[in-house]
Design a protein around this ligand. Structure first.
Ligand code: PRX
Length: 648
């Protein structure tokens, strides 16, 4: 039997919620969290029914959960509409005139839509969809920049029961074509172009290319955003603004079965063809509504900003559906964080008095690398809560975020979840759970995660293993679109009836979860199984290092040797003596076993467009092979070329 994953990183700092924060929080003490968590596990149906009753149902459910593993139905028999819950529900009271979306385009243009205005735009566009013969159950590809129309298109689909599949605006024609083919979409909603680092991304052109040679697509609706010249295919393509001339703003929300599909979102996975993760209506809405409320401790006057793109699950759950279901003001920004200069985020926070910021560790490390001078010019005192998502945050980046962005006063919620889970699964509640830098802390309500060894037995404190979830939760995926077999095999077969996350983790003596990375990335060095994130964290704690990626390469003696790719902070010279110093640094932080066999300096690391390091590619480079396999999610191809010739 393989050994368990070893964990060596010691992090002992603990940050208790400030008394002033806890006093006003929705959940204000560890005892309250534990009491609510206990109830959510012992009487999940009671707990979730209470949460669900805060939403609007057109027909009440008969049963909260029907679980025939691995297929779950939540709020069985209930009927509701997600768009109605995100919009109409807020129109009776003072929220009617509250900002729903505050948006800024990359060139600096600005728009604010109140709930009333957003409702109107969604109704009108839903009528455009109907006019173009898009019906309940039809699949619609949304390929738009991060502009309010992306949210409007998603909500308009939800309003009539069409199933959207958002394709990230950075993806190519091939990715669009694959997704259309997989879900049999009949319409595409796109724009002429979008802005990215000052350039125009030719979205419509990519769509034209994707549709060449024939697909299931009958209609393309084009929003005019960038003003670039495009081709209009008569009989297939229509302009968004022209279509609006034919419709009114009256569009009742269709009552949909609680298990009606809401969206399909493709995740690349490290190998194989993209998986269409299917989310449905009632359970998903309850899951994201409840988690948005508790994890971000939302108050009526918060200005909430999640920096994720609409093309990722974070954009679905925590830019659009979660905050709007909770009646919040959600900020959207179209472009890059360093455009025109690396202080764009801090400018936005200052200008709109953002109080909650939710971003990714990869962004935080980029800010550190760009230097503190960019924040000094801006007033960040409106912030009261910070969040991270997407990968393990190394403790040094956590501390920087806490001190420099949060001014030492803002709690940080490090939220662990996945496209498949739909909603946040392991996270601090900011007024209740003391945080430790680098740990996602404790499970959210109703979530029952556990760490097991190869045979499925729970491991003891601080022993690494596989992270699984023992029971269904409302926002969980329902299927891989059109492929029940793959759904069952991928997620539910290794430990029958339990959900396999694919992540490795350990739990400390306080029950805190520490995610050590994807199981596929775990290194096996001389019989020791090491998580990549720990080696990377150790490296990033060195003052000269900006970012690091650790991978294994075949080694006759040890099974695997450790190769690390390191990017340095601005102005630091890559010298041979620094390589030696870094090896020693990992040795002192983790132990001799984790000392890298080779340190390679790189200008940048290959990342997916959502910011995750593509270790698979680095592994091939480390082993001296040329890179093969799928690179369609790679953000910047020039990075690969440069790495291939990385100086030794
Ligand atoms: O490995 C975990 C990592 O990201 C994976 C899920 O990626 P994706 O489906 O793209 O969703 C990202 C946004 C939810 C997980 O399996 N991950 C995500 N959040 C964290 C994390 N790893 C450690 N800590 C986190 N907070």
């Amino acid at each position: 039997m393989e050994k368990n994953i070893e964990s060596h990183l010691k992090e002992t700092r603990v940050f208790k919620p400030a008394r002033a924060f806890a006093k006003n929080a929705r959940v204000g003490s560890l005892e309250d969290y534990r009491r609510m968590y206990r109830e959510s596990i012992r009487q999940p149906e009671k707990f979730w029914a209470r949460e669900a009753r805060e939403l609007r149902w057109q027909k009440p459910w008969k049963k909260v959960l029907e679980w025939k593993a691995p297929f779950a139905k939540w709020f069985v028999g209930g009927k509701l509409n997600v768009a109605e819950n995100c919009l109409d529900r807020h129109l009776q009271g003072p929220r009617r005139n509250k900002a729903a979306i505050i948006w800024e385009g990359e060139p600096g243009d600005k728009r604010i839509l109140t709930y009333q205005q957003l409702h109107r735009e969604v109704c009108r566009f839903a009528n455009v969809l109907k006019r173009n013969k898009i019906r309940k159950g039809d699949r619609v590809i949304i390929y738009l920049p991060a502009i309010p129309e992306a949210a409007i298109a998603m909500l308009a689909c939800a309003r009539i029961g069409a199933v959207h599949s958002v394709v990230f605006g950075g993806f190519s024609a091939d990715s669009i074509r694959d997704r259309i083919a997989d879900c049999g979409a009949t319409a595409v909603i796109t724009a002429d172009g979008g802005f990215r680092r000052g350039a125009v991304v030719p979205l419509k052109h990519n769509v034209d290319e994707a549709l060449q040679g024939g697909t299931t697509i009958r209609r393309v609706i084009v929003f005019r955003r960038a003003g670039n010249e495009i081709h209009i295919e008569e009989g297939r393509d229509v302009w968004w603004h022209r279509e609006l001339e034919y419709v009114d703003a009256h569009c009742p929300a269709v009552p949909l079965d609680s298990e009606h599909p809401l969206y399909i979102l493709y995740t690349s996975g490290s190998t194989g063809k993209p998986k269409g993760i299917l989310h449905t209506t009632g359970g998903y809405l309850v899951g994201i509504y409840s988690s948005t409320k508790y994890v971000f401790d939302l108050r009526e006057d918060d200005i909430y900003w999640c920096t994720a793109d609409i093309g990722w699950v974070t954009g679905h759950s925590y830019v659009v559906y979660g905050p709007l279901a909770a009646g919040a003001t959600t900020v959207m920004y179209e472009g890059a964080p360093n455009w025109p200069e690396p202080d764009r985020f801090w400018r936005i926070i200052e200008e709109y008095a953002v109080s909650i910021l939710y971003t990714a560790p990869t962004a935080i490390r980029a800010f550190i690398r760009w230097g503190d001078q960019w924040l000094k010019k801006h007033d960040l005192s409106s912030l009261r809560l910070l969040g991270t998502v997407g990968e393990p945050i190394n403790p040094e980046a956590w501390m920087w975020y806490h001190e420099k962005i949060g001014g030492g006063r803002c709690p940080i919620v490090d939220t662990w979840w996945q496209t498949e889970t739909g909603a946040i699964m392991i996270t601090p509640l900011p007024g209740a759970i003391p945080t430790k830098p680098g740990s996602a802390t404790l499970p959210f309500f109703g979530v029952d995660p556990v760490i097991v060894d190869q045979r499925g037995r729970e491991v003891g404190p601080n022993v690494g293993g596989k992270l699984i979830v023992r029971r269904p939760w409302p926002a969980m995926l329902r299927n891989i679109y059109g492929d029940k077999g793959r759904y069952q095999k991928q997620y539910w077969s290794e430990f029958k009836g339990n959900y396999l996350t694919g992540d490795g983790a350990r739990r400390d003596r306080d029950g805190y979860f520490w995610i050590v990375g994807r199981i596929d990335d775990v290194l096996n060095v001389a019989g020791h199984r090491l998580g990549t994130s720990e080696i990377e964290s150790a490296l990033v704690s060195h003052p000269k290092v900006a970012e690091a990626a650790a991978v294994g390469r075949p080694d006759e003696l040890k099974g695997q040797g450790v190769v690390v790719f390191v990017t340095l902070k601005s102005g630091v010279n890559p010298t041979p003596s620094l390589k030696k110093e870094l090896r020693g640094h990992v040795g002192t932080h983790i132990g001799a076993i984790a000392k890298p066999d080779e340190v390679r300096f790189a200008e940048a690391l290959p990342k997916t467009r959502s910011g995750k390091i593509m270790r698979r590619l680095l592994k091939e480079i480390a082993a001296g092979r040329t890179v093969t396999g799928d690179t369609t999610t790679l953000e910047d191809f020039s990075v690969l070329a440069k790495l291939g010739s990385a100086e030794e």
